[in-house]
Every structure is written in structure tokens, then in C-alpha cells.
Design a protein around this ligand. Sequence first.
Ligand SMILES: Cc1ncc(COP(=O)(O)O)c(C=O)c1O
Length: 441
Amino acid sequence: MTQTYEKPTINKIDFAMASKYGSPLKTQKIRQSIDGVPIAELSEKFGSPLFVYSQKTIEEKYNTLKEAFTSRYPDVQFSWSYKTNYLNAICKIYHDLGSIAEVVSEFEYQKARALGVEGKDIIFNGPYKPKEDLKIAVQEGAKIHVDNLFELGDLEAIADELNITIPVAIRINMNTGVYPQWSRFGFNYENGEALEAVKRMYAKGKLYLVGIHSHIGTFMLDANAYRLATMKIMQLKHQVEETFDANIAYIDLGGGFASKSNLKGVYQSAEVIIPTVDDYAEAITGAIYEFNRSDTLPQLYLETGRHLIDEAGYLLTSVQGWKRFPDGKKGYVLDAGVNILYTSTWYNFNIELDKRYEGDNEPSMLNGPLCMNIDIIEENLMLPALDRGTILSISPVGAYNYTQAMQFIRYKPAVVLIDTEGKARLIKEVDNLATINYREV
Ligand SMILES: Cc1ncc(COP(=O)(O)O)c(C=O)c1O
């Protein structure tokens, strides 16, 4: 057997390579299939890079989260957060599982409608809702979550134009003990802005309040923040019901539950630091029971995105070459970069090899195909010498990567869904010149 010569190197220990929790990737992590489908087969048939989603994982995560809430509370409704992943086939799975739609733009709204979701089953969030789209949503009975006073004014004008009074929900922000505070969206609770906005609604008499919403942040590591948020929502609910003889039929706790993704700069793994779904469910439902002053319980909406989809998504990417940098580190050139893995800025992904490779692990960097110095998927990873063509499975990448993928330098890759029977189905074709040039004039 002939062996290829590898130049010996002395490896400097970089910051974050070793810690009191050990060195990352001492042993090789290997993945040869996803839900029983060989990754080599997926890559060969559908190309590289390739996003792959597991319907089995989507359904398992959904059912586990649903159980955590419905076992504690009688009236829970999940609402699929489109921005987290709005591939039609993915949205359809959530709708088939019983989720309604949560959208933050006119195009997401139109996507939900095109998928057959009725207006009444769409929650319309977001800081900018163009008036003409707001009017359609009102006419179709969507759940409008008011973000600011300008929008309130637009809704009042729409009420006049249509000669109706409009049921709305209000989005509020608050201090939940988590910093930085998400205070950009909706009306502030503590400084009285939220109550003032409701006063204004009732003074004008064109709108009436049926719901209160708050999305306190994403990847929330403290379940108690949800207890505080729920407490404040319930307090405002009580105040509004007392003062304006209103009936707040629902409260909406937004999204924000963490996935098992490893945050950069945090030593412990996600397994250790993220709350369980029972922690989140207990914090929210416990606070509703504790602070409810009404004879009936409000319906509870949740707009969970990341937690439900992240671990169901993988990116298969292959090694196209490698270099030895002047500092001795090995740098691999992959066919996927930050153009399609937007969240690599915040997370250390789980990176698995397609087989066992001989040789010692050494500090390596994974770079993408972009002509940009920042195109780094992983800065410090212990890897054996990989061959050209090695397929790496990167996970969890199901949340926010496809929707935020940039059309930059390379075509957006194809997407495959492995259904519950273990069949791989193409759900989005790779872009081509025609898709890039589409609508250029
Ligand atoms: C209003 C709203 N709801 C739900 C979500 C989904 O959040 P997550 O993916 O953290 O569950 C977001 C995400 O930013 C949001 O802005």
C-alpha cells in the first residue's frame, strides 16, 4: 500500500481549542446516513452542497413539544413561524400536524394563503405591514398583531374604509431579566406604553383588543424569562379587561425555545445548558394558572420556530481542496460557505465525516467557496487528513439558514426531504442562471 507523504507540523494551541471541558473533536464523528438514506447516495443523486430535512425528526420534535404543553394546558395552538423556514414542503408538514401560520411580511402571508391556510388561521406579526396588505389581511380575518402607533393609525383608517370595527392583538415587549432586552418590537409594558396604546384604541372606538402577544427573544436559555413574560401579559390582560370591558381571548408567547445548537463562546454543550420543553411549558402554563383572574382561561398560542426545525436539518457539503496556511493550520475549501450557512456566525455546528480517516487529528479550518476572508464555517476543528470529495454533514442547520441564505457568488443549493417512509424527495431544485436572471430587465 502506498502512503502519501504528509509534512510534519508543530501545532500551537489556539484559544478555544482546548478548555477545561477537553479538546473539541478528539475522536472522529461519523455519519453515513440520514434516516437510513446513505449520504453518499444523496450527494451523488442531488448534488453538493445539499440541504436535507428529516420529516421524522420534524414530527418527533413537534409531538414532544405539543405533549409538553397540552398535558398541562387545555387550549394550546401552535403557529408555524414562516421566517424560520418557509419552504412549502416544510410549512405543509407543520400545517398537516395542526399548526396555523405565523407570518411577518406580505410575501409570507401570500405563501401561507397559497398553501391553503385561511386568513383566520394566520397570525400577522412584524414591524412593517404595508397598509394595502394589512387591509387584505383584515378582510380575510387574519389575526393582526399591532406593532406600533403608525400601524394602529393605518388600522383605524382601514376600519373607516370598510366601515367595521377590527379585532386586533397587541405586541408588547418587557424586561424578562434577559439581556440585551428585545425592546424594538411592539409597545413597552413597564413604561405604560402598551396600556396607553390600548387606551388610544378604545378612545377612537375603531379597534378592540382580543389578544396580547410577546416574542421575548430567540434561543432563550432561561425558562424563567417566560414565566415573567407570561405574568406581565396576564397582568396587562387583567388591566385591559377591567378597564375596557374587553375579552382577551388569547395570549401568544411567541417563539424563542432553544435548539441543540452549540453557541459560540459557550463552553458547555447545548445538551447541558438549554432548558427542556417541560421547563418552558411549566414556566408558561404555571404562570397563566397563577395570574389568571378571569373565569375562563385564555387560548395559548406559541410561534415556536427554531426548536422545532433546527435539528431536522443537515447540510451536506464536500471537500474540494485544502491548503496549509503560513501559521501551520490546515484549511479545507468546501463547496458551502456562509452564503448558505448564515448562522455559522453564532453556532459551532456538529460536523461529521462520511467515514473513518487515518492519521492524527490536527487543528483545521473549514472555509467556504466565497472569495471573502470571512467565509469561515468553522475556525478551529481537530480533523484527520481528509480526501478531496469527503462529504461532511453539518447540523443542526434546519432553522434560519435556508431562508436567510444569500444569493451570492454561487447558486443556492437543492433541498431534499426524507419522508417518514425513508424516501428522499427533492423539494427545491438548485438555482440556475435562469432563476438568477429571472425578472432582470
Ligand atoms: C414574532 C416572532 N415569532 C416567532 C419567532 C420564532 O422564533 P424562534 O425561531 O426563536 O422560535 C420569531 C423569530 O424571530 C418572531 O420574531
